[in-house]
Every structure is written in structure tokens, then in C-alpha cells.
Design a protein around this ligand. Structure first.
Ligand SMILES: [Zn+2]
Length: 219
């Protein structure tokens, strides 16, 4: 089990990577890791409105799964609601990466999901990557919409907003967010030429069975 300090260091490392990989420019996007503090279940998350290259260990905020945080410290990211609900509803997920990455945002603004135009769509856990219904950022309503789109999935787009990815580790969640961004850009390219052929459910179910092996680097 990683210490609070180790987790805070990881959050800062990956928050900076949001900028350096162009997954999310400037202050957009946010990152969290599940954490238990003084026997209270919750998560550590990037603070509201700070540039990531200026983040310090003391800036990272603990929020409990009841939505409580120390008002004397920094405010958590304004989007902490859906991080909380992901940890509540997905018990085996330990990290969340939310970004406003360019191609994912483009599809999300067109209110399109990502269908099985490519077999790698399965990395998010299903036959497609859904697009959560729009609601104002930071609201309970948006959180509910995201949880719905994440049913049996580890990632989704968010209408007129961006994307969110979750996994067992922060490194895996970050990689999944990169994968969603890459798939989004490939799908946009296909749409530029016409309507790509979509893989059938039965073909995708064969892929889904192999994804775990792929993640272990066995194919
Ligand atoms: Zn956002």
C-alpha cells in the first residue's frame, strides 16, 4: 500500500504529464487516487484552478467518500463529485483521470460515442465508448450521467466537455485516457472520409476476451 506522500507525488507527476502530453492544456482536467485517511475512505485529488507545473505536495486535497474536505486547505477540483461517485460505484478502481483532450472533446461536442470502428475500442471494457449526457460541470447531475455511461466500462466521453478514464492504477488510467484520445482522433479521421464499417457484437466479444492478455503485453 502506497503512503499518502507517495500518492501525492504520483498525482503531481501525472498532472504535469497532462500538460506535457497535450492531454489537457493549462488548468483543465484533473487527477485523483483512492486513499484512506484516518480510517475515512476517500481520495486525493488535484486542487481547483491551479496550474499543474506549480503544484506542490501540500496543494493536493483529500476528499472523503461522503464529500467532506478540510475547508482550511485548498479547494478540491470543482469536478470532485464524479471522482467520488466513481470510487463509490466502482470498488476495484483506484485512480481517475479526467481531461479535455482535443479529439475526445471534438467528438463529445458532436455528441457522438465511439463505436467499434476499431477493435481497440475494447480497451475501455466494452463494444463501444459511450458519451455521457451533458450537465453543468461540477454538478451531481453530471456525475450521475457519467456513472451511467461508465456502466461496464472504464472510460467515457462527456458531452460538450471531455473524457474520463479510470483503472486500478494511476499509470493505467492515464494510459487509458491517452488511448481514448488516440481512438477519438482515428475515428474523426474515418468520419472525414465517410462512414467506417463497425465491427459486429460477436466480433467484438472475441476481442473483449483477449483484451486482458493484450494489457499484459501478451499479443
Ligand atoms: Zn472538465
Amino acid at each position: 500500500m502506497k503512503s499518502e506522500l507517495d500518492k501525492k507525488k504520483l498525482i503531481i507527476k501525472f498532472a504535469k504529464k497532462l500538460n506535457s502530453t497535450n492531454l489537457s492544456p493549462l488548468r483543465s482536467g484533473n487527477i485523483s487516487i483512492r486513499h484512506t485517511k484516518n480510517k475515512e475512505d476517500g481520495f486525493l485529488i488535484t486542487p481547483s484552478g491551479m496550474k499543474y507545473d506549480e503544484l506542490k505536495i501540500s496543494d493536493i486535497v483529500f476528499v472523503s467518500l461522503k464529500g467532506k474536505y478540510d475547508k482550511k486547505n485548498n479547494k478540491p477540483s470543482s469536478e470532485w463529485h464524479f471522482h467520488k461517485d466513481i470510487y463509490l460505484y466502482k470498488k476495484n478502481m483506484n485512480a481517475v483521470v479526467h481531461t479535455h483532450s482535443k479529439s475526445a472533446v471534438t467528438l463529445a461536442c458532436m455528441r457522438k460515442k465511439i463505436p467499434a470502428f476499431h477493435y481497440m475500442v475494447a480497451v475501455a471494457g466494452g463494444i463501444d465508448i459511450k458519451c455521457a449526457k451533458y450537465a453543468t460541470f461540477g454538478t451531481v447531475e453530471l456525475s450521475k450521467n457519467i456513472i451511467k455511461a461508465l456502466k461496464d466500462r472504464r472510460a467515457c466521453l462527456i458531452e460538450n466537455h471531455g473524457q474520463v478514464a479510470t483503472d486500478k492504477t494511476i499509470a493505467a488510467a492515464f494510459e487509458l485516457a491517452q488511448e481514448v484520445e488516440y481512438l477519438s482522433s482515428q475515428y474523426i479521421n474515418c468520419l472525414r472520409i465517410g462512414n467506417p464499417k463497425i465491427l459486429s457484437k460477436s466480433l467484438m466479444s472475441k476481442v473483449l476476451g483477449k483484451v486482458k492478455n493484450y494489457k499484459k503485453g501478451e499479443t
